[in-house]
Design a protein around this ligand. Structure first.
Ligand code: DX5
Ligand code: ZN
Length: 222
């Protein structure tokens, strides 16, 4: 049975001069989660927000804040984001830290933990962690910047994860992030992803509510 669709607009494409009203705009438009891209200028060649921005956004919306840590030391920063109000935290398998211990720290803090794979990383790299995550994020672009075209070959890993989830009776959502739009959502859904992150396609749409509805229609029709 297909998992419910979750649409998570990424604030990376929002107007950073008025972030609180931007996340409220996403909530009003019918989003399910707010995706917060955290970059440290080392793990990826871009720099975004720290825990205090999450703290500032938390009271602005009721939606869960889905924090995607693209930082070299998520072990150092995950607790601070949770304390600031993150509702769920995902960390990269490529992070040079103790990934297992960091996932455990997120779970111990009472939040769902996610594991993220870059386009060049095979599914086998995350096999030891699949029984302790609630979400697997398959990057469909190389992380760092919004507005890049989807790398469709990454979707093969989504299908592989669906098979593993069934075979091992595991329980995680599959999220895709990068180049997801009304036009590409059907491909992501056909592969088996149910959590769609979209930055430019939603925050830069002329009408975000319409763009979200179009994504829902494309998902349901696929
Ligand atoms: C990329 C980020 C994405 C980004 C996606 O490193 O993780 O969340 O915002 O942007 P779009 O949807 O514009 O490709
Ligand atoms: Zn992201």
């Amino acid at each position: 049975m297909r998992r419910p669709l979750i649409i998570a607009p990424s604030i990376l494409a929002a107007d950073f001069g008025r972030l609180a009203s931007e996340v409220l705009r996403a909530e009003t438009a019918g989003a399910d989660w707010i995706h917060v891209d955290v970059m440290d200028g080392h793990f990826v060649p871009n720099l975004t927000v720290g825990p205090d921005v999450v703290r500032g956004l938390r009271p602005a919306v009721k939606l869960p804040l889905d924090v995607h840590l693209m930082v070299e030391r998520p072990d150092k920063f995950a607790p601070a984001f949770i304390e600031a109000g993150a509702d769920r935290v995902s960390i990269h398998i490529e992070s040079p830290c103790n990934v297992g211990a960091t996932l455990e720290a997120i779970r111990t803090a009472g939040k769902p933990a996610g594991i993220v794979l870059n386009p060049g990383t095979p599914v086998k790299a995350i096999l030891p962690y699949l029984d302790r995550v609630k979400l697997v994020l398959v990057m469909t672009v190389n992380p760092g910047f919004g507005g890049q075209p989807i790398i469709s070959s990454a979707l093969d890993k989504v299908s592989e994860l669906v098979e593993l989830r069934e075979a091992r009776k595991l329980d995680f959502d599959i999220q895709v992030d990068g180049g997801v739009s009304e036009k590409t959502v059907a491909r992501c859904a056909a592969a088996g992803a149910n959590v769609m992150v979209a930055g430019v396609a939603l925050f830069r749409a002329p009408d975000m509510a319409q763009a979200i509805s179009a994504m829902r229609r494309a998902y349901n029709a696929s």
